[in-house]
Ligand binder design. Sequence first.
Ligand code: CXF
Ligand code: ZN
Length: 386
Amino acid sequence: MTGEQKTWTGKAIVARDSLANKGWKMEEVTTKEIKEDELLVELVASGICHTDIMCGSGSGNPDLFYYPRVLGHEGSGYVKAVGSKVQIAKPGDAVLLSFDWCGRCESCKGGLPSLCYESMPLNFGNKVSFTSAGAEHAGDVAGKFFGQSSFARYSVAKQNSVVNVTSLVTSKEELQTFAPLGCGFQTGAGTVINVAKATPKDSIVVLGLGGVGLSAIMAAKLSGCRTIIGIDRVDSRMETAKSLGATHAIDTSKLPDGKTVIEAVQELCEGAGPAVTIDTTGVPVLVKAAIEMTRKGGKIIQVGSTPPDFQVELPAFLFMNSGKAYMGAIEGNSISSDFIPKMISWYREGKFPFDRLVKLMPAEDFERGIHEMHTGETVKPIITWS
Ligand code: CXF
Ligand code: ZN
């Protein structure tokens, strides 16, 4: 490890119980010493993603829901110290946090680190990164969610979850705005570009117009898709989708009497349906509709987290005859160190204006950010640490 200082103390959002039980608290924690393949990052900002809320909201499955822990997996900051085997960054470098991958498994070796057998999807975290000094709660606190746990002023990050953007950012303020690139924006854009490989010949439907869905809309526009349909039930998001390139927006709360969302979509797509349908909602009724509305030979890509026990039932014979493919994708099949620089260059060219989706607020206001994300007032809350 380079540098003298071995541990850092600062604020973190510690989930001691589920969010619904008001179990997320701002506390002072001290980082554990970094290992040879880890970095100590001073966060300047963290994006809030639904996966943080999902993993910090439940109980029952101890692999998924355990406390106390620091969540957060979208983040940006500056490196304070690096372990002896870290090659990707040095103290002072600007970095974005994304997801961890092992580099040894068949997925990683095959260029699909987001499908890492060791680190993803739900085997992240559960490793101690912090100690809390608070008299009320002294003791160890888990970190390394997605390899890093970004909801802290100082955090320990596995080297593979870190992307060096020193040469790509111009200021601390810009670095703060870039915080969500490592998950939400990469997931939406990567699903269209890397998974669907959408082209101008394709019509595309995106269900759910949050950070992931609206990034998918921007990427569909970037890919020249001929018909781009956004579906949601929050008015302002419909407008945002259109201003980002959607050719149509469907408000499911305002469908004319008797018309289903499936009919509404198919009417806009030559009666046959879209070639690509991306579900970012995880809402069972919409997942079923997504599969049905898609044209023969089309792809349905599941990106939103459904309730864990929800099962999709398919009539196998008819489904075979439809030639459709229902598939899952995580993080848009992205290799973050390639895809994040690409998103930044599209942003610079005005083709991926993700800054229009974010709202910055002090880390102490995290509950407001979560609330505004749920009501639809804010697409992507970013909490700032300094
Ligand atoms: C997650 C969705 C749940 C599985 C891991 C990846 N994506 C973004 O947060
Ligand atoms: Zn996420």
